[in-house]
Write a protein that binds this ligand. Structure first.
Ligand code: MG
Length: 250
């Protein structure tokens, strides 16, 4: 019994350690504490705030390349980009780690295929950790592979999918992993996801990179790597993609 309590106490302690803690450098209500920077929020939901890096504004793929570093081959039309099946993933020119990310997508209509073949794409944080993009509106697949799942690790808390043809949003808060000089994991990656404004992933701790039928362990990486979008052979559309890098303590 005592062992169980010790394990529980240790687990609780570790859980607390993994959360943000009050900064002891400042007194409560300290007037000398620096004010947070003032920014202009988007005036409409999803509009990029003034301090965001806009990754896609509906006009061109200048912020993106293919996996080979060559210009991205996806189609751009009428304010959106569309996966050109079998042209390959696209990835950002700039590497990103800890971030707040906004992505809008819409699924092919009328829908084609079933399960994992129905409007499959994905948002790959650091190119390694997939938040699944799929048409999960009245369409079944395995729970940890449906829209807004952390692929093969965490099903979403609810299915907040909209019908194909309607624009949907992901708002993602990601804290990447950290490694010591020997490659040991100092902190695993964590992610929070809102799908169409609904909390679906609440600060979940990733077991490592995501993969199909596998949960591979972490391998040491830089703190930042390009963000990528998946070509799964389905013509999913994206628009209005922006990102805010998070600094220490956020
Ligand atoms: Mg996918």
């Amino acid at each position: 019994m005592r062992t169980i309590f010790s394990v529980l106490a240790l687990a609780l302690c570790m859980a607390q350690l993994s959360m943000a803690q009050v900064d002891p450098r400042w007194k409560p209500n300290d007037p000398d504490r620096p004010a947070p920077p003032v920014i202009e929020p988007g005036s409409t939901p999803g509009r990029p705030p003034s301090d965001a890096v806009v990754l896609f504004n509906g006009k061109d793929l200048s912020q993106w390349t293919g996996a080979d570093g060559q210009p991205a081959k996806w189609k751009v039309a009428d304010g959106y980009m569309e996966v050109v099946p079998h042209s390959g993933i696209i990835q950002t020119r700039q590497p990103f780690g800890d971030c707040q990310l906004h992505v809008e997508f819409t699924e092919p209509t009328p829908p084609v295929g079933e399960g994992q073949e129905r409007g499959n794409s994905g948002v790959f944080l650091m190119g390694l950790y997939e938040i699944q993009v799929l048409d999960s509106y009245q369409s079944k697949t395995y729970a940890d592979g449906q829209a807004s799942a952390v692929y093969a690790q965490f099903p979403p808390q609810v299915n907040a999918s909209r019908p194909p043809g309607q624009w949907q949003t992901y708002n993602i808060i990601f804290h990447g992993p950290r490694f010591d000089k020997d490659g040991k994991v100092l902190r695993p990656a964590r992610v929070t996801v809102l799908h169409n404004g609904v909390l679906v992933q609440d600060n979940v701790e990733l077991s490592g990179p995501t993969g199909h039928h596998v949960r591979p362990p972490y391998k040491p990486t830089p703190d930042k790597l390009p963000l990528s979008l998946q070509d799964h052979g389905n013509p999913v559309r994206f628009r209005n993609i922006w990102i805010r890098e998070l600094g220490e303590g956020q």
